[in-house]
Design a protein around this ligand. Structure first.
Ligand code: NAP
Length: 300
C-alpha cells in the first residue's frame, strides 16, 4: 500500500513526488507515456525561473531524475479508473495492474486539441502531427505549416524554420496570443510566412498530406505542404475520474487553489485542474500544494 499515488508524471506530478518523498511518504508515480509530460514537446523553455534556456526534454528529465533520486517509485501504466474504497483508493490500469494508495493526486495534464477537419485522424503520422519537437526532423528541406497562435505554435514555427524550406504559420486572427518576442523573431525569418485571419478547411493528398485548403479573409487558397503541425491548445483527459472529481464544462477538474477535490483523499494538480493560468510554473506550484495537502490529510 502506497501513501500517495500520483497519476501523471509531468511537472505537477513530479513536483508533488519530490514534496511527498521529502515528507517521508511512500510514493508511486504512474505515467502513461513519457516522464516530463507536455513540456517534453517544447523545444526551448525560457520562462522557468533560474534556468535561462533549456530544452523541454532536458527539463523534464531533470525533474524525473530529482523525483526518483528522492525515492519516488515510477511505473509506466495508463490509468483507466480509480475506485474509492474508503480508507484507501484502488487505481486500475489498462493491462490489468492494480495499485492501492491511501491518497491520490491527479496530475494528468492535458492532451493536444484536434483541429476537427475531415481526414485529420487518418493523416496523423502521414503529414499531420502535434509535436514539432518529435516529428519536425521528418520534414527537412520540405514546406510545412503550423496552425495556432499561442506560444506552442510560435515555438513550433521557430523550430521548423531551422530545417524546413518554408513554414506557413496559420492563425485564425490577425494577431497572436503568444509572446511578442517570439513573434518578432519569426518575423525576421525569411522562410516563415504569417497566414493570418485564416482557417484550414481541407487536408489535401491521398495517402500522405500534400497540401492544405484554407480560407483567408473570406477567400479560398491552397498551400503546398508536406507537414502540418496542429498547435491550437490542449484539453484535459479527466473522464475516467468523473465519479470522484467534479468536472467543469470543459472537462477540467474542479478544485480551488488548495487542490482539494470533492472526494476526501483525492487531490488534483497542474493543467488538468480548472484554473485561469495553465503554465509550467503554476503546474509545479500545484504539485507542491497538492502534495502538502495530501500529506496533511494522511497525518490528520
Ligand atoms: P494557447 O495559448 O491556448 O493557444 C492556442 C491557440 O490556438 C490560440 O491562438 C487559439 O486562437 C488557437 N486555436 C484554438 N482553437 C482553435 C481552433 N479550433 N482552430 C484554430 N485555432 C485555434 O495554447 P498553447 O500555445 O498550447 O499554450 C498553452 C499554454 O502553455 C500557454 O499558457 C502557453 O503560454 C504555455 N506554453 C509555454 C511554453 C514555454 O516555453 N514555457 C511553451 C508552449 C506553451 P485564439 O488566439 O483565437 O483563441
Amino acid at each position: 500500500m502506497y501513501d500517495i499515488i500520483i497519476i501523471g508524471g509531468g511537472p505537477a506530478g513530479l513536483t508533488a513526488a519530490v514534496y511527498a518523498r521529502r515528507a517521508g511518504k511512500r510514493v508511486l508515480v504512474l505515467e502513461k507515456a513519457a516522464l516530463g509530460g507536455q513540456i517534453t514537446w517544447s523545444p526551448k523553455v525560457e520562462n522557468f525561473p533560474s534556468v535561462a534556456s533549456i530544452s523541454g526534454t532536458e527539463l523534464g528529465d531533470r525533474m524525473a531524475e530529482q523525483a526518483m533520486a528522492q525515492g519516488a517509485e515510477v511505473e509506466l501504466e495508463e490509468v483507466i479508473g480509480v475506485e474509492d474504497c474508503g480508507e484507501y483508493k484502488r487505481v486500475l490500469c489498462d493491462f490489468g495492474a492494480r495499485y492501492e494508495g491511501r491518497a491520490i493526486i491527479l496530475a494528468t495534464g492535458a492532451k493536444p486539441r484536434m483541429l476537427g477537419v475531415e481526414r485529420e485522424e487518418e493523416l496523423v503520422g502521414a503529414g499531420v502531427g502535434y509535436c514539432a519537437v518529435c516529428d519536425g526532423a521528418f520534414f527537412k528541406g520540405l514546406p510545412v505549416a503550423v496552425n495556432g497562435g499561442g506560444n506552442s505554435a510560435l515555438q513550433d514555427a521557430m523550430l521548423l524554420s531551422e530545417t524546413s524550406s518554408r513554414v506557413y504559420l496559420i492563425h485564425r486572427r490577425d494577431s497572436f496570443r503568444g509572446e511578442e518576442k517570439l513573434v518578432e523573431a519569426l518575423r525576421a525569418k525569411d522562410n516563415v510566412e504569417f497566414v493570418l485571419n485564416a482557417s484550414i478547411t481541407a487536408l489535401l493528398g491521398d495517402d500522405e498530406l500534400r497540401g492544405l485548403r484554407i480560407v483567408q479573409n473570406g477567400a479560398e487558397r491552397e498551400l503546398a505542404v508536406d507537414g502540418l503541425f496542429v498547435a491550437i491548445g490542449h484539453e484535459p483527459d479527466n473522464a475516467a475520474f468523473a465519479p470522484l472529481v467534479e468536472l467543469d464544462g470543459r472537462g477540467y477538474a474542479a478544485a480551488g487553489e488548495d487542490c482539494l477535490t470533492k472526494t476526501p483523499g483525492v487531490f488534483v494538480a497542474g493543467d488538468c485542474r480548472a484554473k485561469k493560468v495553465h503554465q509550467l510554473t503554476t503546474a509545479v506550484a500545484d504539485g507542491a500544494v497538492a502534495a502538502l495537502a495530501a500529506c496533511a490529510w494522511l497525518d490528520r
